[in-house]
Design a protein around this ligand. Sequence first.
Ligand code: FMN
Length: 341
Amino acid sequence: MTNLRKLIENFFLAFLRFFPAEFSKNFTLKFLKLLYYLRLIRFFSAQQDASSKEIVLGNLFFKNRIGIAGGLDKNAEYFHIFGLLGFGFIEVGTITLEPQKGNPKPRIFRFPNDKTLVNSLGFNNSGSVKALKNIKKNKKKFDGVLGVSIGKSKNTKNKNAWQDYLHLMDYFYVVADYLAINISSPNTENLRELSSDENLEFLLKKIAQKKIQLEQMHEKYTPIFLKLSPDEDDSNLKKIIEISERNNLDGFICSNTSTNHNYPKKGGMSGSLLGEKAQNLQKKVASLKQDSSLLIASGGIMNAEDVKERFSNSADLVQLYTGYIYYGNSLLKAALKIASS
Ligand SMILES: Cc1cc2nc3c(=O)[nH]c(=O)nc-3n(C[C@H](O)[C@H](O)[C@H](O)COP(=O)(O)O)c2cc1C
């Protein structure tokens, strides 16, 4: 049975390489939905081959420590299916207030020899109303932890960005198990300027006040994590951690994609060549942060060794993305094995 499953998965991954990357991604997601409706998804579940180790972090219960990073399930249409495949947590989004088309296509490029991707999607998503509807529908069928990544709209000026984030908190605070603040995508113009100390202090103060209000109103605590850029310099990184903890953020995701690459394409690089950079950032954050702040590893996690290294460098949780695109469920199985050992 395991061999048949592996054969089908490998054939499918090879087949997808013949098509443009964004088409293949959307096709795979729709195909997974078809398998789900045909009740065949459990056949491909990585949970069959790997035992999982549960963990409680803060007020969240995780069936295991392996998740999917932001951007694979942009509109919260598939997270329950990824839960059945074996992931312990899924970060949906990044969601903006209004629907957005994103940047012109083509905007995802594969570099298979390096096992990297470059993308310039630019927060293409169906907007907050649709995403909330999807979350309410699919959460009943999901046994994992749901993260919701939120970001400012392309047309919102940075000085008004805080209003977008606060409105998005109104939408998602109750339904999310955690929120991820995305100010580190390289594909929305000037977004990364929000991490300068003055802008960040202003934004996170507003978010902290809103969090207290929402916590009291709903009698529910939703932790909030900040997703960091791997291109941040050391002195700014130190300030980011200080400002975040002063404003009661609950943890850090290390990291988003990097613009520091030599490919002849515009956008953020992910995958194998991001690994070292993301790992270095994670180590620095681990040494700067308080013990109580969670650390979520993301970036260039391509095999069991990478997963092991991230955990041994203080990661509480690990997120997959590009590695999962290249290696599929075999990476998830290997990661689950490490996470349960
Ligand atoms: C096609 C694509 C789209 C992405 N979209 C988002 C997004 O909407 N929000 C986000 O926080 N990160 C997004 N990311 C970044 C990933 O979540 C992840 O942090 C990054 O790719 C590094 O991990 P990896 O090397 O394992 O892919 C995207 C990455 C890719 C490749």
